[in-house]
Ligand binder design. Structure first.
Ligand code: PEP
Ligand code: MG
Length: 496
């Protein structure tokens, strides 16, 4: 595209941002703890938010320019193509595929929705889009790519449908639905900092899923009771070397300090499968989702696990840190992890932190009674549990309907886990995407789940859903759902 001198001057002004100390100083200071990409992203977001609040309309508009420059630089830092999210005007982004690195560079102010040809609803990119509060519909097939620029698209993120060039009556319905949803979200946000207590007085911890310490502020603003899932792999992505113990300690400590006494649950590195880390030089695998990922990888590479656990144990001496192991399939794996935590804590000279298990492989749910005797808590990862129970790749757009976390077989495994946990006096959380769906809240509590953890934007609505729960009714609903034969029957129960 050719542009004139006026437009070129805009780029000169953009370059000036890159000399601004208010941006460069915090970005540089954060590099040792956060890594360059996260530090840059945090500094841009903080400064742009401050500009958004200025009285001068000219300066307020510059916030958008700053975000745009920020995305370009972030793309370079992450080694990805300049992000697709640079829409010339607010609109819906249509792409063939969405990578996690592209997704984090999208700007919710200009990207109003994402329509993706490939991928499943719980792929990591879709999870990240939700964390940014951007409605996304995935797995639409290649025909979506052929849609001409400028055609109106009605996107219904909740129903997972897009309407191409819809009639005005459909647009009116979608807009009315959106307005109603925004209204509900606004009133939920007004009560977000209040505790989530069921009608019969049970307090439910509503926790946040975060990808780094820079997400904690947004999680607290959304009213979280703590962090239920810190996906530590994001510390390892987008860089050339493994983060050192000191770097990791600084990041975990920053999150713990910001949480100010609320629990911080850190999952040990869950790399492999769709989150490859090039510098770990992992052997290519034919079936990466069934390969060396999660605890399997960290057992094969004790250096990674020891470094991470040492950083966590040091922080746990001063703050309520919980360690959680991903992809545990057997009791032996949990025992090995517990031994590492115990040994490291003894060397550091502090009490070991609580160690919990993610229940995301059917064998772990089936062995929950044994795991519960040694674990301090359970957290069900419904994204992977669904994928492995139904043998349906979570990233495969052709299997989106099959990979349904509300399938009765998945629900039975959740109930089995919660029951085994309760029998041993440990709590069961859900930290997969199902926890973020307010329509599923009553059912999950009825299945015996005591804690829910989700992307920050979902917290206020789920807290509202908890406040509407009556636990006797929830038990009855869960019994009915467990007796269902299909996911469709369960969905039917949730809509009546
Ligand atoms: C899950 O599998 O449900 C989960 C929370 O972990 P992740 O989505 O990061 O695999
Ligand atoms: Mg998982």
């Amino acid at each position: 595209m050719r542009v004139g001198a006026g437009e070129a001057a805009i780029f000169d002004a953009h370059l000036l941002f890159l000399q601004d100390e208010a941006l460069l100083d915090p970005a540089t200071d954060g590099i040792p703890g956060l890594g360059a990409a996260a530090s840059w992203r945090g500094a841009v977001s903080e400064l742009a938010t401050a500009w958004d609040e200025l009285d001068d309309p000219y300066l307020r508009e510059r916030a958008g320019d700053l975000r745009s420059v920020g995305r370009q630089v972030l793309a370079r830092l992450l080694g990805v193509e300049a992000p697709h999210g640079q829409l010339p005007a607010p609109g819906i982004l249509v792409v063939a595929d969405l990578e996690p690195a592209d997704t984090i560079a999208l700007d919710p102010a200009s990207c109003q929705g994402i329509a993706v040809a490939h991928g499943g609803p719980t792929s990591h990119a879709a999870v990240l889009a939700r964390a940014l509060g951007i409605p996304a519909v995935v797995g639409l097939g290649d025909q979506i790519i052929g849609i001409a620029e400028g055609v109106t698209i009605g996107l219904d993120g909740r129903a997972g449908v897009v309407h191409i060039d819809p009639p005005s009556s459909t647009i009116a319905l979608l807009e009315a639905d959106r307005a109603e949803q925004l209204d509900r979200e606004r009133s939920a946000r007004a009560r977000a900092s209040e505790p989530a207590v069921t009608k019969d007085g049970r307090h439910i911890s509503v926790m946040a899923n975060v990808g780094g310490s820079s997400d904690v502020a947004a999680a607290l603003a959304a009213g979280c009771d703590g962090v239920g899932l810190f996906r530590s792999e994001f510390l390892f992505l987008g860089r050339d070397t493994m983060p050192s113990e000191a770097e990791q300690e600084e990041v975990y400590r920053a999150a713990a300090v910001e949480l100010d006494g609320r629990p911080l649950t850190v999952r040990t590195l869950d790399a492999g499968a769709d989150k490859p880390i090039p510098y770990l030089e992992l052997t290519p695998e034919a079936n990466p989702f069934l390969g060396v990922r999660g605890v399997r990888l960290t057992s094969a590479r004790p250096d990674i696990l020891h470094t991470q656990v040492r950083a966590l144990v040091r922080v746990s001496a001063d703050h309520p840190v919980r360690i959680m192991f991903p992809m545990v399939a057997t009791l032996e794996e949990l025992r090995t992890g517990l031994t590492v935590v115990g040994d490291v804590a003894a060397k550091v000279g502090t009490a070991p932190p609580e160690v919990g298990v993610m229940i995301e492989i059917p064998s772990a749910a089936l062995a929950a009674a044994h795991l519960a005797r040694v674990a301090a808590f359970f957290s069900v990862g419904t994204n992977d549990l669904t994928q492995y129970t139904l043998a349906a790749d979570r990233g495969n757009e052709h299997l989106g309907d099959l990979a349904d976390a509300l399938h009765p077989s998945v629900l039975r495994l959740i109930a089995m886990t919660a029951e085994a946990g309760a029998a041993s006096g440990i709590s069961t959380a859900v930290c997969g995407e199902l926890a973020a769906d307010p329509a599923a809240t009553t059912l999950l509590l009825g299945l015996g789940v005591e804690e829910l953890s989700m992307s920050p934007p979902a917290i206020p609505s789920v807290k509202e859903a908890v406040r509407a729960v009556d636990l006797d009714g929830a038990d009855a609903l869960a019994s009915k759902a467990l007796a269902c034969a299909t996911a469709a029957e369960v969905r039917q129960l949730l809509t009546v």
